[in-house]
Design a protein around this ligand. Structure first.
Ligand SMILES: Nc1nc2c(ncn2[C@@H]2O[C@H](COP(=O)(O)OP(=O)(O)OP(=O)(O)O)[C@@H](O)[C@H]2O)c(=O)[nH]1
Ligand SMILES: [K+]
Ligand SMILES: [Mg+2]
Length: 416
């Protein structure tokens, strides 16, 4: 029996099993079984790397966004509109067959946008080009799930399920469960609060499930797994069985997702209003070029991008080319900023001067752990270098609290 058939069989068994206190352990075990099979399914066939056939696109710019959706929802039309790169759009399904990259220039940053073939139910099991598309989604920093506003709401659930099946978790943070394998010492199970979903017995049962798996199936694949009998687990929140399995599997990817409802030109205003009010959703029309600026602003926000402008000592800030950091990836502390410029810079730094929303006064003298905000200006003061004008920057005299550097100030010369 193939892996997919095995998954189907267990799913069938789960559907038949009543959900109650008595069956809770059995259901938990079945869930772990499915998770293990899905992980096996993700391993590329022997002798291949997994991607291939036009889907290998080099990362570029300050972040990567993937367009995921059913066929003919308008993904290619959207890519062409936002990036200027032509991606063929047509009224028939599966017009796009590979991954087409484009670049969005926004706020002095470059965002890589990827157009992809449409996916359908069963994509996670390899239907169509589902597996390749999902692999690209996993490599991105943000997923735009493009939906046809005139079609069934069920599409959103189907796609979410397909992505979940391969270990993608949308708009969710990793479970607060500490999980560590040990070489000796048995299993220690602790929690910082009352647990309502998982108890010690269920937890042991799930672990047991994994031990058996690793004894039977090539332990060489994951050498560390032979020690899974010895683990320490600490629940820091009232997590579920699914959360526990996610932590044990350890290969989940937590990605933000914005649901983009396209083609609102063909539905009524009441329906548009309903869709627009849903969480993590935005409504657009490619045909009427409606709301595309809002979509860009939303992408920027979700990616947590932060522009930092450098100001050399005694000179005007360089507003032409920011250092772009991300709060989600890599962080946006002064240390991250310095590492971005040059790896050896950090050890030479005495402190930095910061103007902008993150500083309490203008300029603020900050250490390397200070967190920077979008559009801050930073001057690096190295060891043995003298502080310029003793901090009497032009912003200081009329500072009234945290504020962004305005466009007017960017254009005006900065007195130093
Ligand atoms: N009414 C309307 N039609 C649109 C809109 N955006 C795209 N379309 C049409 O929808 C059809 C499909 O557009 P595509 O951009 O090819 O869709 P896709 O999602 O890339 O499709 P596949 O590559 O086949 O998965 C085309 O006929 C477009 O003209 C829109 O905002 N409103
Ligand atoms: K199409
Ligand atoms: Mg297309």
């Amino acid at each position: 029996m193939g892996i997919i058939e095995k998954i189907k069989e267990i799913e069938f068994e789960m559907a038949r099993t009543q959900k109650n206190k008595a069956t809770e352990y059995h259901l938990g075990q079945l869930k772990a079984k499915i998770a293990k099979l899905r992980t096996q399914l993700l391993e590329p066939p022997k002798g291949t790397t997994g991607a291939g056939d036009g889907f290998e696109v080099t990362k570029f710019g300050h972040g990567r966004v993937a367009l995921i959706g059913f066929p003919s929802v308008g993904k290619s039309t959207l890519l062409t509109l936002l990036t200027g790169t032509q991606s063929e759009a047509a009224a028939y399904e599966f017009t796009t067959l590979t991954c087409i990259p484009g670049i969005i220039n926004y706020n002095d940053a470059k965002i890589q946008l990827l157009d992809l073939p449409g996916i359908i139910e069963g994509a996670s099991e390899g239907k169509g080009r589902g597996r390749q598309v999902i692999a690209v989604a996993k490599s991105s920093d943000l997923v735009l799930m493009v939906l046809d506003a005139s079609k069934s709401e069920g599409h959103r659930q189907i796609l979410t399920r397909e992505l979940e099946a391969v270990g993608l978790r949308l708009n969710k943070r990793p479970p607060q469960i500490y999980f560590k394998r040990k070489k000796t010492g048995g299993i220690s199970f602790n929690s910082t609060m009352q647990l309502t979903n998982v108890d010690e017995k269920l937890c042991y049962q799930i672990l047991h499930e994994y031990k058996i798996h690793n004894a039977e199936v090539k332990p060489a694949l994951k050498p560390s797994c032979q020690y899974w009998r010895f683990v320490s687990i600490l629940f820091r929140e009232d997590a579920t069985v699914d959360d526990l399995i996610d932590v044990i599997e350890g290969n989940r990817k937590y990605i933000k997702c914005v649901y983009v409802y396209n083609k609102i030109d063909v539905i009524g205003i009441d329906d548009v209003d309903k869709l627009a009010r849903q969480a993590n959703s935005i409504v657009i029309s490619c045909n009427l070029k409606l709301n595309l600026d809002r979509l860009l602003a939303r992408m920027w926000e979700e990616m947590g991008l932060v522009r930092v402008y450098t100001k050399p000592q005694g000179q005007q800030p360089d507003f032409s080319e920011p250092v772009v950091l991300s709060t989600d990836r890599g962080g946006c502390s002064v240390e991250d900023f310095c590492n971005h410029i040059h790896r050896s810079l950090l050890k030479d730094i005495k402190y930095v001067l910061v103007w902008g929303a993150s500083s309490k006064h203008y300029p603020q003298r900050c250490g390397t752990q200070h967190c920077l905000c979008d559009e801050d200006v930073v001057q690096i003061v190295k060891k043995k270098e003298k502080e310029e004008d003793g901090g009497r920057g032009r912003f200081k005299s009329h500072n009234t609290g945290p504020a962004r550097i305005s466009d007017r100030e960017k254009k005006a010369p900065l007195k130093t």
